[in-house]
Design a protein around this ligand. Structure first.
Ligand code: NAP
Length: 231
């Protein structure tokens, strides 16, 4: 039975990843900020005994270490770095940037995914699939940025891509692939009600892309339909 670990699982795309992998018979380690209030995730775990809900704030790097130790003997087939924030959704941006908030965004969206891959590397090496899926965004693209704005979010995802490109090269000798993925514009708390895709549609597409990915695709950015995106 393959196993997956997902960050930011209590709602949105993370929750849908857990739902779909659980339904497909996978063992799911569903991490989230506050399991006590993650009612839908808790219900999923009650429905599927192979789903385990675990507390994890991805900014707490010591907690990432402790989590990895607590599942030290396990193999992980797929690590999904999904947790993310976009405070630019709520603010006016350039002209009144909140630099403290920017640092926090970089920790969550950029540093934490790299820390997660570093920490769970032994588990991934024990896995059969040896895949990392990193949820990036089309807004990471410098080439495609004609509309401006969203500085903190864009930079965090551009730097995420650059970091993971290096990680992908470093992990190639171990047979571990690192996919950067744009989920589309999805109706979640972050995407808002006007977004074009449901979480079901986005994650169905992303799972297909992950399943079909070849090692040659490691370190590259694809959307939920498998189309490669420009940096
Ligand atoms: N929706 C879109 O249109 C879209 C488009 C492109 C990329 N993305 C990316 O897709 C990913 C998922 O976003 P989403 O749309 O599902 O947004 P969402 O509904 O806002 O979910 C984000 C998740 O991240 C979690 N999270 C935030 N800070 C965390 C932390 N410090 N530690 C652990 N978990 C944390 C949240 O937990 P709480 O709920 O407990 O705060 C939540 O579960 C993000 O990386 C986002 O950048 C989304």
């Amino acid at each position: 039975m393959p196993s997956v670990i997902v960050t930011g699982s209590c709602q949105g795309l993370g929750l849908e990843f857990c739902r779909q992998y659980a339904a497909a018979g996978w063992r799911v380690l569903a991490t989230c900020l506050a399991p006590d209030t993650a009612d839908t995730l808790t219900q999923l775990a009650a429905q599927f005994p192979r789903v385990t809900v675990l507390a994890l704030d991805v900014t707490d790097f010591a907690a990432i270490d402790r989590l990895a130790e607590s599942v030290a003997t396990d193999a992980i087939d797929l690590l999904i770095c999904n947790a993310g924030v976009n405070p630019d959704n709520a603010g006016p941006g350039f002209g009144s940037l909140d630099y403290g908030a920017w640092r926090e965004v970089l920790t969550i969206n950029t540093l934490a995914p790299v820390k997660l891959v570093e920490t769970f590397l032994p588990h991934l090496k024990r896995g059969r699939r040896r895949q990392v899926a990193v949820i990036s965004s089309c807004m990471s693209s410098i080439a495609n940025n004609q509309s401006g704005g969203y500085i903190t979010y864009r930079v965090s995802k551009t730097a995420l891509n650059a970091s993971m490109r290096s990680v992908a090269v470093d992990l190639q000798p171990h047979g571990i692939s690192v996919l950067l993925l744009h989920p589309g514009w999805v109706r979640t708390s972050m995407g808002g009600p006007d977004a074009t895709l449901s979480p079901e549609e986005s994650i169905t597409g992303l799972r297909r892309v992950i399943e079909a990915a070849s090692p040659a695709q490691s370190g590259r950015l694809f959307d939920f339909e498998g189309k490669e995106m420009p940096w």
